[in-house]
Design a protein around this ligand. Structure first.
Ligand code: HEM
Length: 183
C-alpha cells in the first residue's frame, strides 16, 4: 500500500463517519449535521495544508500537501452541494436570493471559488504557472473562518479552541516568514 493511498483512505474517514451517522442512527437535523461535519473538516484540512510548510524544518511532508489540499476542496464541495441540493432543493433562484440576503453565505461562496481555482490549477503544469496565486489559501481560510463564526449564534468551547489554533498558526507563520525567529 503506497503512503499516498493510505493518506487518502485516512482523509476519507470523515466522509465514512458522516455516512455512518446519516444512515445508521438517526441524526436529528441531517442538513445541519452535513454542514457542520463537511465545513469543519474542510477548514481543518486547510489548516493542515498550510501547516505542512510551517513544519518543514521538523518533517518534510511537502509531497503530501497537494493530497490534503485536494481533500479540503472535496469536503468544501460536499458542503456547497449540501446547500444547493439538500437545503435549497436545487431551486437556483432561491439559492441566489438567499446568498444575497446573507453575507455569511457569499463569504463562503468566495472561499469556495478560491479553493476551486486552486484545485483546478494543482496539476504539474498548472502549479508551475499559478503557484504564486496559491497564496490565496490564506484568504480562503480567513473568509471561511469569518463565514463560520457568522453562521453561529454563540461559540462553543471547541469553536473557541479552533479559533485559538488558527491564531497560533498565523503567529508562527508570520514569525517564520519575517525571519525574526529561525525555524
Ligand atoms: C459555496 C460556499 C458555501 C456555502 C453556500 C456555505 C453555506 C453554509 C451554511 C448555510 C452554513 C450554516 C449552517 C447552519 O448553521 O445551519 C455554513 C456553516 C459553516 N460553513 Fe459553510 N458554506 C460555504 C463555504 C464554506 C467553506 C469553503 C468552508 C470551509 C472551508 C465552510 C465552513 C463552514 C463551517 C465550519 C460552518 C459551521 C458549521 C456549523 O454550524 O457547525 N463553508 N455554511
Amino acid at each position: 500500500l503506497s503512503r499516498q493511498l493510505l493518506l487518502s483512505l485516512l482523509l476519507l474517514t470523515p466522509l465514512l463517519f458522516l455516512l455512518y451517522r446519516l444512515f445508521g442512527n438517526g441524526v436529528e437535523d441531517p442538513i445541519k449535521y452535513i454542514y457542520t461535519l463537511t465545513g469543519a473538516t474542510a477548514l481543518l484540512l486547510l489548516l493542515v495544508t498550510t501547516s505542512i510548510s510551517l513544519m518543514r524544518p521538523l518533517a518534510n511532508l511537502i509531497r503530501y500537501r497537494r493530497t490534503v489540499g485536494l481533500f479540503a476542496f472535496f469536503y468544501a464541495l460536499l458542503h456547497m452541494s449540501n446547500f444547493i441540493v439538500l437545503d435549497m432543493e436545487l431551486d437556483l433562484a432561491f439559492a441566489f436570493t438567499e446568498t444575497l440576503d446573507k453575507p455569511f453565505i457569499y463569504l463562503g461562496m468566495i472561499a469556495f471559488a478560491i479553493l476551486l481555482f486552486m484545485a483546478s490549477t494543482s496539476t504539474k503544469q498548472g502549479f508551475a504557472k499559478y503557484a504564486r496565486y496559491h497564496k490565496a489559501i490564506y484568504l480562503a481560510i480567513i473568509l471561511a473562518t469569518v463565514h463560520f463564526v457568522m453562521a453561529q449564534k454563540s461559540l462553543s468551547l471547541g469553536q473557541w479552541g479552533y479559533l485559538a489554533g488558527i491564531g497560533i498558526i498565523a503567529v508562527l507563520k508570520l514569525l517564520q516568514r519575517s525571519g525574526i525567529v529561525k525555524f
